[in-house]
Design a protein around this ligand. Sequence first.
Ligand code: GDP
Ligand code: IMO
Ligand code: MG
Length: 428
Amino acid sequence: MPAVVIIGAQWGDEGKGKATDLIAGRIDHVVKFNGGNNAGHTVVIGNEKYALHLLPSGILTDGVTPVIANGVVIDLEVLFEEIDALSSRGIDVSKLRVSANAHVITSYHRTLDKVTERFLGKRQIGTTGRGIGPTYADKINRVGIRVQDIFDEGILRQKVEGALDLKNHLLVKIYNRRAIPVDDIVHELLSYAERLRPMVCDTSLLLHEALAEGKTVLFEGGQATMLDVDHGTYPFVTSSNSTAGGASTGSGIGPNAITRVIGIVKAYTTRVGSGPFPTELDNDEGERLRQAGAEFGTTTGRPRRCGWYDAPVARYSARINGVTDFVVTKLDVLTGLSEIPVCVAYQVDGVRFDEMPVNQSDFHHATPIYENFPGWTDDISAARKFEDLPANAQNYVRAIESMSGARISAIGVGPARDEIIAIHDLLD
Ligand code: GDP
Ligand code: IMO
Ligand code: MG
Protein backbone atom coordinates (compact mmCIF):
# COMPACT_ATOMS: atom_id res chain seq x y z
CA MET A 1 0.00 0.00 0.00
CA PRO A 2 2.55 2.62 -0.93
CA ALA A 3 1.25 6.17 -0.56
CA VAL A 4 3.82 8.54 -1.96
CA VAL A 5 3.72 12.32 -1.63
CA ILE A 6 5.41 14.74 -4.03
CA ILE A 7 5.84 18.29 -2.75
CA GLY A 8 7.68 21.41 -3.83
CA ALA A 9 10.54 22.15 -1.47
CA GLN A 10 11.12 25.78 -2.48
CA TRP A 11 8.67 28.44 -3.77
CA GLY A 12 6.98 26.41 -6.50
CA ASP A 13 7.67 25.49 -10.13
CA GLU A 14 10.40 23.06 -9.11
CA GLY A 15 9.30 20.56 -11.78
CA LYS A 16 6.77 18.59 -9.72
CA GLY A 17 4.82 17.80 -12.89
CA LYS A 18 7.85 16.18 -14.47
CA ALA A 19 8.65 14.23 -11.29
CA THR A 20 5.07 12.93 -11.19
CA ASP A 21 5.32 11.93 -14.82
CA LEU A 22 8.51 10.04 -14.05
CA ILE A 23 6.74 7.55 -11.77
CA ALA A 24 3.18 7.80 -13.10
CA GLY A 25 3.60 4.61 -15.15
CA ARG A 26 3.82 2.65 -11.89
CA ILE A 27 0.99 4.21 -9.94
CA ASP A 28 -2.73 3.48 -9.82
CA HIS A 29 -4.13 6.76 -8.49
CA VAL A 30 -2.80 10.31 -8.59
CA VAL A 31 -4.34 12.76 -6.16
CA LYS A 32 -4.36 16.53 -6.14
CA PHE A 33 -4.90 17.46 -2.50
CA ASN A 34 -4.39 21.24 -2.25
CA GLY A 35 -4.62 24.46 -4.20
CA GLY A 36 -6.47 24.94 -7.44
CA ASN A 37 -5.73 26.41 -10.83
CA ASN A 38 -3.06 28.65 -9.33
CA ALA A 39 -0.74 25.71 -10.03
CA GLY A 40 0.94 25.34 -13.39
CA HIS A 41 2.74 22.15 -14.32
CA THR A 42 4.47 21.79 -17.68
CA VAL A 43 5.19 18.27 -18.82
CA VAL A 44 7.04 17.54 -22.04
CA ILE A 45 6.34 14.15 -23.64
CA GLY A 46 8.08 13.60 -26.96
CA ASN A 47 7.19 16.60 -29.11
CA GLU A 48 4.10 17.37 -27.06
CA LYS A 49 4.00 19.94 -24.28
CA TYR A 50 1.17 19.87 -21.74
CA ALA A 51 0.34 22.68 -19.32
CA LEU A 52 -1.87 21.51 -16.46
CA HIS A 53 -3.41 23.69 -13.78
CA LEU A 54 -6.28 22.00 -12.01
CA LEU A 55 -5.83 18.41 -13.10
CA PRO A 56 -2.98 16.42 -11.57
CA SER A 57 -0.07 15.77 -13.96
CA GLY A 58 -0.48 12.01 -13.52
CA ILE A 59 -3.57 12.26 -15.74
CA LEU A 60 -1.22 12.18 -18.75
CA THR A 61 -0.37 8.55 -18.09
CA ASP A 62 -2.70 5.82 -19.38
CA GLY A 63 -4.43 3.71 -16.79
CA VAL A 64 -4.00 6.10 -13.84
CA THR A 65 -7.12 7.19 -11.94
CA PRO A 66 -6.84 10.94 -11.32
CA VAL A 67 -8.48 12.26 -8.18
CA ILE A 68 -9.30 15.82 -7.13
CA ALA A 69 -9.61 15.50 -3.38
CA ASN A 70 -11.40 17.52 -0.69
CA GLY A 71 -8.49 19.91 -0.04
CA VAL A 72 -8.65 21.38 -3.54
CA VAL A 73 -10.59 24.48 -4.61
CA ILE A 74 -12.21 23.95 -7.99
CA ASP A 75 -13.04 26.47 -10.68
CA LEU A 76 -15.56 24.40 -12.65
CA GLU A 77 -15.16 26.40 -15.83
CA VAL A 78 -11.43 25.70 -15.78
CA LEU A 79 -12.02 22.04 -14.90
CA PHE A 80 -14.14 21.42 -17.97
CA GLU A 81 -11.88 23.51 -20.21
CA GLU A 82 -8.91 21.38 -19.15
CA ILE A 83 -10.82 18.15 -19.56
CA ASP A 84 -11.92 19.16 -23.07
CA ALA A 85 -8.44 20.34 -24.06
CA LEU A 86 -6.85 17.06 -22.94
CA SER A 87 -9.59 14.91 -24.51
CA SER A 88 -9.09 16.66 -27.83
CA ARG A 89 -5.41 15.64 -27.65
CA GLY A 90 -6.31 12.01 -27.08
CA ILE A 91 -5.79 11.86 -23.29
CA ASP A 92 -8.31 9.64 -21.50
CA VAL A 93 -9.89 11.66 -18.69
CA SER A 94 -12.89 9.39 -18.15
CA LYS A 95 -11.55 8.01 -14.86
CA LEU A 96 -11.36 11.41 -13.14
CA ARG A 97 -12.98 11.43 -9.70
CA VAL A 98 -13.86 14.59 -7.76
CA SER A 99 -14.50 14.89 -4.04
CA ALA A 100 -18.01 15.88 -2.98
CA ASN A 101 -16.36 17.94 -0.22
CA ALA A 102 -14.06 20.03 -2.39
CA HIS A 103 -14.88 23.74 -2.40
CA VAL A 104 -15.88 25.64 -5.51
CA ILE A 105 -14.31 28.87 -6.80
CA THR A 106 -16.96 31.26 -8.10
CA SER A 107 -16.75 34.54 -9.95
CA TYR A 108 -17.08 36.48 -6.67
CA HIS A 109 -13.95 34.77 -5.38
CA ARG A 110 -12.03 35.76 -8.50
CA THR A 111 -13.34 39.33 -8.24
CA LEU A 112 -12.43 39.58 -4.56
CA ASP A 113 -8.95 38.20 -5.22
CA LYS A 114 -8.30 40.98 -7.74
CA VAL A 115 -9.85 43.86 -5.80
CA THR A 116 -8.19 42.97 -2.50
CA GLU A 117 -4.81 42.79 -4.23
CA ARG A 118 -5.39 46.23 -5.71
CA PHE A 119 -6.47 47.49 -2.31
CA LEU A 120 -3.28 46.21 -0.69
CA GLY A 121 -1.18 48.37 -3.04
CA LYS A 122 2.51 48.03 -2.18
CA ARG A 123 1.70 45.27 0.30
CA GLN A 124 0.12 43.04 -2.35
CA ILE A 125 0.86 39.31 -2.38
CA GLY A 126 1.12 39.04 -6.16
CA THR A 127 -1.49 36.29 -6.31
CA THR A 128 -2.38 34.45 -9.48
CA GLY A 129 -5.78 36.18 -9.40
CA ARG A 130 -7.60 32.87 -9.64
CA GLY A 131 -9.75 33.36 -6.52
CA ILE A 132 -7.77 30.89 -4.41
CA GLY A 133 -7.41 32.96 -1.20
CA PRO A 134 -11.05 34.14 -1.01
CA THR A 135 -12.32 30.57 -1.62
CA TYR A 136 -10.21 29.13 1.20
CA ALA A 137 -11.22 32.08 3.38
CA ASP A 138 -14.89 31.17 2.82
CA LYS A 139 -14.11 27.55 3.64
CA ILE A 140 -12.57 28.53 6.97
CA ASN A 141 -15.35 31.06 7.61
CA ARG A 142 -17.87 28.27 6.97
CA VAL A 143 -19.60 30.10 4.13
CA GLY A 144 -18.07 28.12 1.26
CA ILE A 145 -19.87 26.29 -1.52
CA ARG A 146 -18.96 22.62 -1.86
CA VAL A 147 -19.25 20.37 -4.90
CA GLN A 148 -22.11 18.43 -3.29
CA ASP A 149 -24.16 21.63 -2.87
CA ILE A 150 -24.48 21.93 -6.63
CA PHE A 151 -26.78 18.92 -6.74
CA ASP A 152 -29.46 20.52 -4.57
CA GLU A 153 -30.72 23.82 -5.94
CA GLY A 154 -32.45 24.82 -2.70
CA ILE A 155 -29.32 24.34 -0.61
CA LEU A 156 -27.12 25.93 -3.26
CA ARG A 157 -29.26 29.06 -3.37
CA GLN A 158 -29.29 29.30 0.44
CA LYS A 159 -25.50 29.02 0.59
CA VAL A 160 -24.83 31.48 -2.24
CA GLU A 161 -27.20 33.96 -0.59
CA GLY A 162 -25.35 33.54 2.70
CA ALA A 163 -21.98 33.99 1.05
CA LEU A 164 -22.98 37.05 -0.99
CA ASP A 165 -24.81 38.84 1.79
CA LEU A 166 -21.70 40.38 3.31
CA LYS A 167 -19.58 40.28 0.15
CA ASN A 168 -21.94 42.45 -1.85
CA HIS A 169 -21.78 45.11 0.86
CA LEU A 170 -18.01 44.93 0.65
CA LEU A 171 -17.94 45.04 -3.14
CA VAL A 172 -20.31 47.99 -3.38
CA LYS A 173 -19.38 50.08 -0.35
CA ILE A 174 -15.65 49.45 0.00
CA TYR A 175 -14.45 48.40 -3.42
CA ASN A 176 -16.84 50.46 -5.51
CA ARG A 177 -17.92 47.50 -7.65
CA ARG A 178 -21.34 46.25 -8.72
CA ALA A 179 -23.22 43.80 -6.53
CA ILE A 180 -23.20 40.22 -7.82
CA PRO A 181 -26.71 38.77 -8.27
CA VAL A 182 -27.33 35.48 -6.43
CA ASP A 183 -29.19 34.15 -9.48
CA ASP A 184 -26.18 34.56 -11.76
CA ILE A 185 -24.01 32.41 -9.50
CA VAL A 186 -26.67 29.78 -8.89
CA HIS A 187 -27.36 29.42 -12.61
CA GLU A 188 -23.72 29.23 -13.49
CA LEU A 189 -23.01 26.51 -10.95
CA LEU A 190 -26.13 24.53 -11.83
CA SER A 191 -25.08 24.54 -15.48
CA TYR A 192 -22.19 22.21 -14.57
CA ALA A 193 -24.22 19.81 -12.43
CA GLU A 194 -25.05 17.09 -14.96
CA ARG A 195 -21.55 16.90 -16.39
CA LEU A 196 -20.03 16.85 -12.93
CA ARG A 197 -22.36 14.34 -11.29
CA PRO A 198 -20.79 11.09 -12.59
CA MET A 199 -17.32 12.17 -11.44
CA VAL A 200 -18.28 12.98 -7.87
CA CYS A 201 -17.79 10.49 -5.07
CA ASP A 202 -16.33 9.95 -1.60
CA THR A 203 -12.72 10.16 -2.73
CA SER A 204 -11.44 9.42 0.79
CA LEU A 205 -13.19 6.03 0.67
CA LEU A 206 -11.98 5.42 -2.88
CA LEU A 207 -8.36 6.03 -1.84
CA HIS A 208 -8.69 4.06 1.37
CA GLU A 209 -9.94 1.04 -0.60
CA ALA A 210 -7.21 1.44 -3.21
CA LEU A 211 -4.53 1.44 -0.50
CA ALA A 212 -6.14 -1.54 1.25
CA GLU A 213 -5.92 -3.46 -2.05
CA GLY A 214 -2.19 -2.74 -2.21
CA LYS A 215 -2.46 -0.16 -4.97
CA THR A 216 0.04 2.68 -5.29
CA VAL A 217 -1.31 6.17 -4.70
CA LEU A 218 0.63 9.31 -5.53
CA PHE A 219 -0.28 12.58 -3.85
CA GLU A 220 0.80 15.44 -6.07
CA GLY A 221 1.24 18.70 -4.20
CA GLY A 222 0.59 22.07 -5.79
CA GLN A 223 2.68 25.11 -4.80
CA ALA A 224 5.45 24.44 -2.29
CA THR A 225 6.71 24.44 1.28
CA MET A 226 7.66 28.12 1.33
CA LEU A 227 4.19 29.02 0.02
CA ASP A 228 2.40 26.92 2.67
CA VAL A 229 -0.04 29.00 4.72
CA ASP A 230 1.40 27.66 8.02
CA HIS A 231 5.03 27.02 7.22
CA GLY A 232 5.81 29.41 4.37
CA THR A 233 6.83 33.05 4.25
CA TYR A 234 3.46 34.28 5.58
CA PRO A 235 1.69 36.44 4.44
CA PHE A 236 3.45 35.97 1.10
CA VAL A 237 2.04 32.48 0.69
CA THR A 238 -0.86 30.70 -0.91
CA SER A 239 -3.89 29.84 1.24
CA SER A 240 -3.56 26.06 1.52
CA ASN A 241 -1.28 23.52 3.16
CA SER A 242 1.08 22.63 0.37
CA THR A 243 3.35 20.62 2.67
CA ALA A 244 3.20 16.83 3.06
CA GLY A 245 0.74 16.98 5.97
CA GLY A 246 -1.73 18.56 3.56
CA ALA A 247 -1.86 15.26 1.68
CA SER A 248 -3.54 13.70 4.70
CA THR A 249 -6.04 16.44 5.59
CA GLY A 250 -6.55 17.29 1.95
CA SER A 251 -7.56 13.76 0.99
CA GLY A 252 -8.90 12.04 4.10
CA ILE A 253 -6.08 9.49 4.31
CA GLY A 254 -4.42 8.86 7.67
CA PRO A 255 -0.87 10.22 7.99
CA ASN A 256 0.44 6.73 8.79
CA ALA A 257 -0.53 5.61 5.26
CA ILE A 258 2.21 7.79 3.79
CA THR A 259 5.29 5.74 3.04
CA ARG A 260 7.45 8.17 1.08
CA VAL A 261 7.80 11.94 0.77
CA ILE A 262 9.60 13.19 -2.32
CA GLY A 263 10.74 16.81 -2.23
CA ILE A 264 11.39 18.52 -5.54
CA VAL A 265 14.08 21.21 -5.67
CA LYS A 266 15.60 23.12 -8.50
CA ALA A 267 19.38 23.24 -8.65
CA TYR A 268 18.86 26.97 -8.05
CA THR A 269 15.79 28.86 -6.75
CA THR A 270 12.86 30.75 -8.24
CA ARG A 271 9.87 32.57 -6.86
CA VAL A 272 6.79 34.21 -8.43
CA GLY A 273 4.96 37.05 -6.68
CA SER A 274 5.99 39.13 -3.66
CA GLY A 275 7.84 38.17 -0.51
CA PRO A 276 11.31 37.56 0.88
CA PHE A 277 13.86 35.64 -1.20
CA PRO A 278 17.38 35.97 0.26
CA THR A 279 19.33 34.46 -2.66
CA GLU A 280 17.48 36.49 -5.31
CA LEU A 281 19.70 37.87 -8.08
CA ASP A 282 18.25 41.13 -9.28
CA ASN A 283 20.99 41.48 -11.91
CA ASP A 284 22.46 39.92 -15.07
CA GLU A 285 23.16 36.63 -13.32
CA GLY A 286 19.47 36.35 -12.43
CA GLU A 287 18.55 37.20 -16.00
CA ARG A 288 20.89 34.49 -17.24
CA LEU A 289 19.14 31.88 -15.05
CA ARG A 290 15.73 33.18 -16.22
CA GLN A 291 16.64 32.82 -19.90
CA ALA A 292 18.54 29.53 -19.60
CA GLY A 293 15.81 28.02 -17.41
CA ALA A 294 12.87 29.55 -19.35
CA GLU A 295 11.66 30.91 -16.03
CA PHE A 296 8.32 32.39 -17.00
CA GLY A 297 5.18 31.27 -15.15
CA THR A 298 3.06 28.45 -16.60
CA THR A 299 -0.09 30.02 -15.12
CA THR A 300 0.35 33.79 -15.41
CA GLY A 301 3.35 34.09 -17.75
CA ARG A 302 5.08 36.35 -15.21
CA PRO A 303 8.90 36.33 -15.24
CA ARG A 304 10.03 34.27 -12.25
CA ARG A 305 12.44 35.83 -9.77
CA CYS A 306 15.67 33.81 -9.88
CA GLY A 307 18.51 33.16 -7.42
CA TRP A 308 21.04 30.64 -6.16
CA TYR A 309 20.31 27.40 -4.31
CA ASP A 310 19.37 27.99 -0.71
CA ALA A 311 20.43 25.08 1.49
CA PRO A 312 18.69 26.28 4.70
CA VAL A 313 15.41 26.39 2.73
CA ALA A 314 15.96 22.82 1.51
CA ARG A 315 16.81 21.66 5.05
CA TYR A 316 13.74 23.40 6.41
CA SER A 317 11.62 21.65 3.77
CA ALA A 318 13.18 18.30 4.57
CA ARG A 319 12.19 18.82 8.22
CA ILE A 320 8.67 20.21 7.72
CA ASN A 321 7.70 17.56 5.18
CA GLY A 322 9.68 14.57 6.39
CA VAL A 323 11.35 14.38 2.99
CA THR A 324 12.77 10.90 2.30
CA ASP A 325 14.10 11.69 -1.18
CA PHE A 326 14.91 14.81 -3.11
CA VAL A 327 14.64 15.14 -6.87
CA VAL A 328 16.92 17.93 -8.12
CA THR A 329 15.70 19.45 -11.37
CA LYS A 330 17.25 21.76 -13.94
CA LEU A 331 20.88 20.96 -13.23
CA ASP A 332 21.43 21.56 -16.97
CA VAL A 333 20.53 25.23 -16.52
CA LEU A 334 23.74 25.75 -14.51
CA THR A 335 25.96 24.44 -17.33
CA GLY A 336 28.40 27.09 -18.51
CA LEU A 337 28.78 28.97 -15.22
CA SER A 338 32.38 29.22 -14.07
CA GLU A 339 31.40 29.31 -10.42
CA ILE A 340 28.15 28.38 -8.67
CA PRO A 341 27.37 29.94 -5.27
CA VAL A 342 25.24 28.02 -2.78
CA CYS A 343 23.72 29.70 0.26
CA VAL A 344 24.84 27.72 3.31
CA ALA A 345 23.55 30.06 6.06
CA TYR A 346 22.27 33.60 6.56
CA GLN A 347 23.58 36.70 8.20
CA VAL A 348 21.03 38.91 9.95
CA ASP A 349 22.28 42.16 11.47
CA GLY A 350 25.69 40.63 12.02
CA VAL A 351 24.37 37.37 13.50
CA ARG A 352 24.78 34.04 11.70
CA PHE A 353 21.69 31.85 11.25
CA ASP A 354 22.33 28.29 10.13
CA GLU A 355 18.60 27.53 9.95
CA MET A 356 15.57 29.49 8.76
CA PRO A 357 15.00 32.36 11.22
CA VAL A 358 11.67 31.99 12.99
CA ASN A 359 11.06 35.72 12.92
CA GLN A 360 9.77 36.90 9.57
CA SER A 361 11.51 40.29 9.72
CA ASP A 362 14.83 38.46 10.17
CA PHE A 363 14.16 36.46 7.03
CA HIS A 364 13.34 39.68 5.17
CA HIS A 365 16.71 41.11 6.24
CA ALA A 366 18.72 37.91 5.79
CA THR A 367 21.73 38.12 3.51
CA PRO A 368 23.12 34.81 2.26
CA ILE A 369 26.47 33.41 3.27
CA TYR A 370 27.73 31.68 0.14
CA GLU A 371 30.08 28.85 -0.55
CA ASN A 372 31.29 28.74 -4.16
CA PHE A 373 31.56 25.60 -6.25
CA PRO A 374 33.40 25.28 -9.56
CA GLY A 375 31.14 24.96 -12.61
CA TRP A 376 31.28 22.82 -15.76
CA THR A 377 30.92 23.51 -19.46
CA ASP A 378 30.01 20.12 -21.03
CA ASP A 379 26.39 19.66 -22.11
CA ILE A 380 24.86 17.28 -19.56
CA SER A 381 21.46 16.71 -21.18
CA ALA A 382 22.44 13.26 -22.47
CA ALA A 383 23.66 12.04 -19.06
CA ARG A 384 21.57 9.15 -17.75
CA LYS A 385 23.86 7.89 -14.99
CA PHE A 386 25.40 9.91 -12.18
CA GLU A 387 28.86 8.94 -13.44
CA ASP A 388 28.05 10.50 -16.85
CA LEU A 389 28.08 13.94 -15.23
CA PRO A 390 31.28 16.04 -15.31
CA ALA A 391 33.22 15.80 -12.03
CA ASN A 392 32.28 19.35 -11.00
CA ALA A 393 28.59 18.66 -11.58
CA GLN A 394 28.87 15.53 -9.44
CA ASN A 395 30.60 17.58 -6.73
CA TYR A 396 27.87 20.21 -6.85
CA VAL A 397 25.10 17.61 -6.48
CA ARG A 398 26.93 15.83 -3.65
CA ALA A 399 27.52 19.17 -1.91
CA ILE A 400 23.89 20.26 -1.99
CA GLU A 401 22.85 16.75 -0.94
CA SER A 402 25.05 16.94 2.14
CA MET A 403 23.49 20.29 3.10
CA SER A 404 19.84 19.54 2.36
CA GLY A 405 18.81 16.88 4.86
CA ALA A 406 17.84 13.96 2.62
CA ARG A 407 19.36 11.89 -0.17
CA ILE A 408 19.06 12.95 -3.81
CA SER A 409 17.36 10.19 -5.76
CA ALA A 410 17.01 11.71 -9.22
CA ILE A 411 18.48 14.60 -11.20
CA GLY A 412 16.76 16.45 -14.03
CA VAL A 413 19.06 17.31 -16.93
CA GLY A 414 16.46 18.70 -19.35
CA PRO A 415 12.71 19.28 -19.70
CA ALA A 416 11.90 16.11 -21.68
CA ARG A 417 10.46 13.03 -20.01
CA ASP A 418 13.64 10.96 -20.40
CA GLU A 419 16.10 13.72 -19.50
CA ILE A 420 16.66 12.44 -16.00
CA ILE A 421 19.27 10.55 -14.00
CA ALA A 422 17.69 8.00 -11.67
CA ILE A 423 19.84 7.20 -8.63
CA HIS A 424 17.45 5.53 -6.16
CA ASP A 425 14.06 4.07 -7.03
CA LEU A 426 11.41 6.57 -5.93
CA LEU A 427 8.79 3.94 -5.16
CA ASP A 428 10.69 0.97 -3.79
P1 GDP B 1 5.81 22.54 -11.26
O1 GDP B 1 4.84 23.64 -11.02
O2 GDP B 1 6.63 22.21 -10.06
O3 GDP B 1 5.19 21.32 -11.89
O4 GDP B 1 6.87 23.12 -12.32
P2 GDP B 1 6.57 23.98 -13.65
O5 GDP B 1 6.07 23.05 -14.69
O6 GDP B 1 5.77 25.19 -13.34
O7 GDP B 1 8.02 24.51 -13.97
C1 GDP B 1 9.08 23.65 -14.20
C2 GDP B 1 9.59 23.87 -15.64
O8 GDP B 1 10.86 23.28 -15.76
C3 GDP B 1 8.74 23.21 -16.71
O9 GDP B 1 8.72 24.05 -17.83
C4 GDP B 1 9.46 21.91 -17.02
O10 GDP B 1 9.26 21.46 -18.35
C5 GDP B 1 10.88 22.31 -16.80
N1 GDP B 1 11.78 21.26 -16.31
C6 GDP B 1 11.51 20.26 -15.40
N2 GDP B 1 12.64 19.56 -15.15
C7 GDP B 1 13.62 20.11 -15.90
C8 GDP B 1 15.02 19.85 -16.03
O11 GDP B 1 15.59 18.97 -15.41
N3 GDP B 1 15.72 20.68 -16.89
C9 GDP B 1 15.12 21.70 -17.58
N4 GDP B 1 15.88 22.46 -18.38
N5 GDP B 1 13.81 21.97 -17.46
C10 GDP B 1 13.08 21.19 -16.63
P1 IMO C 1 2.97 25.40 -8.79
O1 IMO C 1 2.08 24.29 -8.35
C1 IMO C 1 4.68 29.35 -8.01
C2 IMO C 1 2.22 32.11 -5.61
C3 IMO C 1 1.69 33.34 -6.30
C4 IMO C 1 1.63 34.30 -5.12
C5 IMO C 1 1.21 33.41 -3.97
C6 IMO C 1 -0.27 33.45 -3.66
O2 IMO C 1 3.01 25.61 -10.27
O3 IMO C 1 4.33 25.30 -8.18
P2 IMO C 1 -2.41 32.47 -4.90
O4 IMO C 1 -2.98 32.77 -6.25
O5 IMO C 1 -2.10 31.05 -4.66
O6 IMO C 1 -3.25 33.06 -3.78
O7 IMO C 1 -1.03 33.31 -4.86
O8 IMO C 1 1.59 32.08 -4.34
N1 IMO C 1 1.89 30.83 -6.28
C7 IMO C 1 2.75 30.09 -6.98
N2 IMO C 1 4.05 30.33 -7.31
N3 IMO C 1 4.10 28.18 -8.37
C8 IMO C 1 2.81 27.92 -8.03
O9 IMO C 1 2.23 26.73 -8.23
C9 IMO C 1 2.06 28.92 -7.34
N4 IMO C 1 0.79 28.99 -6.87
C10 IMO C 1 0.71 30.16 -6.22
O10 IMO C 1 2.57 33.79 -7.31
O11 IMO C 1 2.93 34.78 -4.83
MG1 MG D 1 4.34 25.52 -11.75
